[in-house]
Design a protein around this ligand. Structure first.
Ligand code: UFG
Length: 351
């Protein structure tokens, strides 16, 4: 068994901790009493996030947070961070995440996402830290044979290099626990994270044209884009549009805190789905967001997007039974908080 420790005696390194899911998770960890070190190269995040986290959690909790600007691929920088702080556990978010871009830049995606993970686990074990939570994705289930998806549903070949990196990193971390049973690995498979911190201080800040539905809808709502493009209305779903399991980023953050508490004192590898268990269509999202922002958002139906599955949603009973975690926020909450963030910060973290 790995050593059991109180949150106040536990230092968690969060790679990619300035990003969308990372930043909300850091808040949850600080609120639970952990000491947190963010390592982020800010290639797809803003340093302002660190200040916003401080504003949300207050001075005492903020005093338990450190930020180091570094690329996880930079072994010397990572070594220095592990020398400086006695890291007990790692939550690994850092990585490239744009599905379409990954098809254009497979070398960059494999090199960055696999490379940084290999560097990270090597530096970890050199410093006697063998406890990691990995940011995986429902993408590993591919086009499902049956719904809802449980952790026992088969992994399917990925449809793009980004998906393959999630798939392969799950395998790498699992192999690690076979080779050395002292490793303690939790693979969290997220469904579709949306929403924002209810304070309106933190949220998703995609660069350029958003690839994902929610940030796109939010930008239509603030008038930055003309209309939502619905990718296909001829799917075999109740209204013909794609169905996904959208989960509030606050719930995802509490899911990471639950995973840290659950893995305390354990060894081996475990997989958990993090979703709500409920499927929502594209048209239902547009309707819910229209209600949140107070006007009917314009949309047009376009052809299907290559690589999209018809529907997916999670069975989250394992996370509830094992970790005592379940999602609390519904679609109306997600759209309200997303709108609050977007309307208060139309240009994201930029001035
Ligand atoms: N959609 C639109 N218009 C848009 C964007 C998306 O109609 O402008 C539709 C899609 O066709 C899909 C749904 O909205 O039906 C959700 O699409 P997203 O791009 O928001 O999310 P995906 O389910 O495609 O992607 C998510 C994660 C990825 C992950 C993938 C597979 O964002 O990281 O699930 O699990 F790889």
């Amino acid at each position: 068994m790995s050593e059991k420790k109180d949150p106040k005696d536990t230092t968690v390194l969060v790679t990619g901790g300035a990003g969308f899911i990372g930043s909300h998770t850091v808040v949850a960890l600080l609120e639970d009493g952990y000491k947190v070190v963010i390592v982020d190269d800010l290639s797809n995040a803003s340093e302002k996030v660190v200040g916003r986290i401080g504003q949300i959690v207050g001075d005492e909790a903020a005093s338990r947070l450190a930020f180091r600007k570094a690329d996880v691929n930079d072994r010397a920088a990572l070594d220095a961070i592990f020398d400086e702080f006695a890291i007990d556990r790692v939550i690994h978010f850092a990585g490239f995440k744009a599905v379409g871009e990954s098809v254009q830049k497979p070398v960059e995606y494999y090199s960055n996402n696999l490379g940084n993970t290999l560097t990270l686990v090597d530096v970890m074990r050199n410093h006697g830290c063998k406890s990691i939570v990995f940011s995986s994705s429902a993408t590993v289930y591919g086009d499902p044979d049956a719904l809802p998806l449980t952790e026992k549903s088969p992994k399917k070949p990925a449809t793009n290099p980004y998906g393959w990196t999630k798939w392969m990193i799950e395998q790498i971390l699992t192999d690690l626990t076979v080779a050395d049973p002292e490793w303690n690995v939790v693979l969290l498979r997220y469904f579709n994270p949306i929403g924002a911190h209810p304070s309106g201080l933190m949220g998703e800040d995609p660069k350029g044209i958003p690839n994902n539905l929610l940030p796109y809808v939010a930008q239509v709502a603030v008038g930055k884009r003309e209309c939502v493009h619905v990718f296909g209305d001829d799917y075999d779903t109740p209204d013909g549009t794609g169905v996904r399991d959208y989960i509030h980023v606050m719930d995802l953050a509490s899911g990471h805190a639950a995973a840290l508490a659950w893995m305390n004192g354990r060894e081996g590898v475990e997989v958990f789905n993090l979703g709500t268990g409920k499927g929502t269509s594209v048209l239902e999202i547009i309707k819910a967001f229209s209600a949140a922002c107070g006007r009917d958002l314009p949309y047009q139906v376009d052809p299907r997007r290559a690589g999209d599955v018809t529907a997916n949603y999670a069975d989250c009973s394992k996370a509830k039974a094992e970790m005592g975690w379940e999602a609390k926020y519904d679609i109306a909450d997600m759209c309200r908080d997303s709108w609050n963030w977007q309307s208060n910060n139309p240009n994201g973290y930029e001035d």
